[in-house]
Structure formats: structure tokens, C-alpha cells
Design a protein. Structure first.
Length: 218
């Protein structure tokens, strides 16, 4: 893999990914970020995962003012926090190049040589493909859905299940319900596209702690 990024865009992506990386864990791989450069698709995907959620960010090659230039496809699995600290010091284009089991990070006259893990060790959290239902919702609608319901979620951990917002795809729409046992909030927004079991008219719920973190739908 060999790809060159603008330092500001790469730092922003890594900073967002660190929200999911656990501070303490017995699984070393969970402290790493998987970077996959796909030259044929003009994209670089970044993945992190924890015990209960996964997060992906993508940078695309654009005709002008592009965030990334891909010279060679490939992947690497690097310690997320260490890479972020390195990129924060960059003040210009940053190049990542894999060389066997090591990854070289270069910017200006600076060069870092990092030992990563085998990318095949990374497995995103989630269900198998046949168990997954996916829905696409416009960002403003998703923001409104969470804002209209998350306030009713419990703020303490006496009953942990009540600290989340339950998301369900019903009749092609995305519905959310939250309660702290004293009040209840429900709101529904239209889905742009639904795939999986619910596409046949069934419903399926997704319990996520959207009041405390990032909501994943799928």
C-alpha cells in the first residue's frame, strides 16, 4: 500500500476514530486502526472496532482538492493512538507506505517506521451478513431523530438497558424509542433505502447507546 494524504484530513479522520478505540482492553487488536487503500475504487477506508461497535470512515480521491492520492492498493493495521500522535506533528502531505510487515509514515524530512499487526487479525464487530439489516437515512433526519428521543434515556446505570435508544426499521421507516421508566419519547423518520429482512415488510430493532456515544445503524 502507498497513499498520500493531506495532513489535516488524515488527522481529522483519526481523531474521529479514536472515539471508538477502547482505553483499556485485553485485546491488543482493538487498539489498532485498519487502513485499506483501494486504487481501483479511488478510496481509502479506515476501520476501528470495540467490544460493542465498529466505525468506518472513508476518504475518496477527487478530481480537485483531493484528500488522498493512491499509488498502490493494500492495507495495514496500526496502533491508532500512536499514529494519531504522529500525524498531529505533520505540517504538510503525509505518505503511508507498507513494506512487508512494517509501515513507513513520511512527511517533510520526517520518517517513522512502525511495526503493525497482520490486517487479517482485524474483525469488525457485527453480525454475519445474513443477519444484517441496513437502512440509509439523511443526516439531518438522523440528527432530528436522536435529538427528539435521546433526552428521555436514563442518565444512570441502575438499569443499563434504559441508557440507550432503541432503533427499529418498521414499514420502511426508522423509528426510535427511549425511556427512563418515568417518561417515554418516540419519533420516526423516513428511510431512503432499506436492505435485508425488513425489505420484505418485517421489523427489526437495534439497541444502541446513542445518548452516550455514536449511533450505528446496520
Amino acid at each position: 500500500m502507498k497513499a498520500t494524504f493531506t495532513n489535516t484530513d488524515l488527522e481529522k479522520v483519526l481523531r474521529q476514530l479514536l472515539r471508538v478505540v477502547p482505553n483499556t482492553t485485553n485485546k491488543v487488536v482493538l487498539k489498532h486502526v485498519l487502513i485499506e487503500a483501494k486504487r481501483e475504487q479511488d478510496r481509502v477506508d479506515f476501520y476501528v472496532t470495540s467490544e460493542d461497535m465498529s466505525f468506518r470512515r472513508t476518504l475518496f480521491v477527487e478530481a480537485t482538492s483531493t484528500s488522498v492520492q493512491i499509488d498502490e492498493s493494500g492495507s495495514c493495521l496500526l496502533p491508532a493512538k500512536e499514529v494519531h500522535e504522529i500525524i498531529k506533528r505533520a505540517n504538510g502531505p503525509v505518505t503511508l507506505e507498507t513494506q512487508k510487515d512494517r509501515t513507513v509514515i513520511m512527511f517533510g524530512k520526517t520518517k517513522y517506521d512502525l511495526a503493525g499487526l497482520n490486517p487479517h487479525l482485524f474483525t469488525p464487530y457485527g453480525n454475519t451478513d445474513e443477519q444484517v439489516t441496513q437502512t440509509q437515512v439523511l443526516a439531518p433526519n438522523l440528527h432530528r431523530l436522536i435529538r427528539r428521543t435521546s433526552y428521555a434515556a436514563a442518565k444512570n446505570l441502575v438499569r443499563p438497558i434504559l441508557t440507550g435508544v432503541n432503533l427499529a426499521v418498521v414499514d420502511g421507516d426508522l423509528s426510535a424509542i427511549a425511556t427512563d421508566a418515568l417518561r417515554l419519547a418516540q419519533f420516526t423518520v423516513p428511510s431512503e433505502e432499506v436492505s435485508g429482512e425488513t425489505a420484505a415488510g418485517h421489523s427489526r430493532g437495534f439497541a444502541r447507546h446513542v445518548g452516550r456515544g455514536v449511533a450505528c445503524i446496520g
